[in-house]
Design a protein around this ligand. Structure first.
Ligand code: ZN
Ligand code: ZN
Ligand code: ZN
Length: 407
């Protein structure tokens, strides 16, 4: 069940809303030269010198293959703009911040960009003092490459997919800690799509919980339930068992719950099948006794041989029983097991029958009269059985109605 936001790649990223800051003026350019294909309906608008011409539509000059990883296919930022921001990051021209990484390496950056892209970094930068014209902030706990990837994303939302795959868990943590929702969406998207493996799923689950990613967390739990045997033997699971036994307990309970739900479902299906069969037997009984059956014959006629088999579907099931019942010598309630079954079917019919006076099913009236003297416990049991068979009949009717409705 893919949720709509999984199908639709991304809502427009906040990182792309440059329209306010980049006021590109195109007064000099003649739209007819730059965009010959652009056709604006002008029939109802007459331009004069006071009304500026509309800006050109964004042109799709970027190629999918080269920029597939930047989600440019679903945003309207031209390639040149993205390139500019990527270049600014790569060259670090005019940088006024050094981001210090775990191994004491430096990533040069611009405080205004960092502050605009991440409110947390913005606050951090405000609190740092300037030394020799530079600010210094530290992003500890993640490798240098992950920090670079993170900062690059803040500039241009660009990344190489392979690199992203390698550091996706670090980036998920960074995107959460520094409040960069666009990056968080990218990480979650890729993890949910195809970067979850049985080796990393326990780690991803724990991170998803810590990074407030409930859908990803649910995704992981489902995978654990589905592939419990393989996942519970991974290294990640063993570590989790040691450091977070409560989570292991929770996951085990989910697995047990899913198992018992499955069992319950199977049991219910089996039960429904029995009631449906009983309903079919009731229909067959009516068909045999009221309408007459080519194979078995109506009750007042001698049973025929099975020269031409009856087409009524439930008839076949009842045929052997009816044949036995009519010839069995121990035909008493509680006697032969087959006859007992037949008695039960006849009683069930009587309890479901609304026309005992005209009914042609044997013993219909007899059972109606017997019901008056029946003990309460038996009565309740029968009532329950009748209600279940009626429910099965209604379901079958609704199903066939639905089917014929579709045809
Ligand atoms: Zn028949
Ligand atoms: Zn018998
Ligand atoms: Zn009847």
């Amino acid at each position: 069940m893919a949720s709509p936001d999984l199908v639709t790649p991304w809502p427009s990223s906040t990182g792309y809303s440059f329209s306010g800051s980049l006021d590109i003026r195109l007064e000099e350019a003649n739209p007819a030269d730059t965009l010959p294909a652009l056709e604006v309906p002008t029939s109802s608008i007459s331009y004069n010198c006071t009304i500026p011409k509309p800006p050109p539509l964004p042109c799709k000059t970027f190629t999918r293959t080269k920029y597939a990883n930047t989600f440019l296919e679903c945003c309207s930022v031209p390639k040149e703009t993205v390139d500019t921001w990527d270049k600014l990051f790569n060259e670090g021209h005019g940088a006024d911040v050094y981001v210090i990484t775990e191994d004491e390496s430096y990533v040069p950056a611009h405080s205004s960009v960092l502050g605009a892209a991440s409110p947390v970094l913005g606050n951090l930068l405000q609190q740092t003092r300037i030394k020799n014209g530079m600010r210094y902030i530290k992003i500890p706990g993640v490798p240098y490459d992950a920090v670079r990837l993170f900062i690059r994303f803040l500039y241009s939302s660009c990344y190489e997919k392979e690199e992203m795959k390698k550091f996706v868990l670090h980036l998920l943590v960074l995107s959460h800690s520094y409040m960069v929702p666009a990056l968080k969406r990218v990480c979650i998207y890729f993890l949910e799509q195809d970067w979850l493996t049985k080796e990393n799923i326990v780690d991803v689950l724990q991170l998803a919980r810590n990074c407030d990613a409930p859908r990803l967390s649910l995704h992981c739990v489902r995978r654990v339930v589905k592939d419990f045997k393989a996942i519970s033997s991974t290294e990640g699971w063993k570590v989790m068992r040691r450091v977070n036994p409560a989570l292991e307990q929770e996951l085990l309970e989910s697995v047990v719950e899913a198992d018992s739900k499955k069992e319950e479902r199977l049991k219910k299906m089996e039960e429904r099948k029995v009631y449906l069969q009983l309903n079919e037997a009731m229909e067959a009984l009516l068909h045999i006794c009221r309408d007459g059956c080519r194979t078995i014959g109506p009750r007042d006629k001698v049973l025929k041989g099975s020269q031409v088999a009856c087409g009524f579907p439930a008839c076949k099931g009842l045929e052997t029983l009816v044949r036995h019942f009519s010839s069995c010598k121990t035909r008493v309630p509680g006697g032969c097991v087959h006859c007992k079954r037949m008695w039960q079917l006849l009683e069930l019919h009587s309890r479901m029958c609304n026309e005992p006076d005209t009914c042609k099913v044997p013993l219909c009236r007899h059972f109606k009269e017997k019901m008056q003297q029946q003990c309460k416990k038996d009565e309740t049991k029968w009532k329950l059985l009748v209600s279940k068979v009626v429910a099965a009949r209604n379901r079958a009717a609704a199903f066939s109605g639905q089917r014929s409705g579709f045809i």
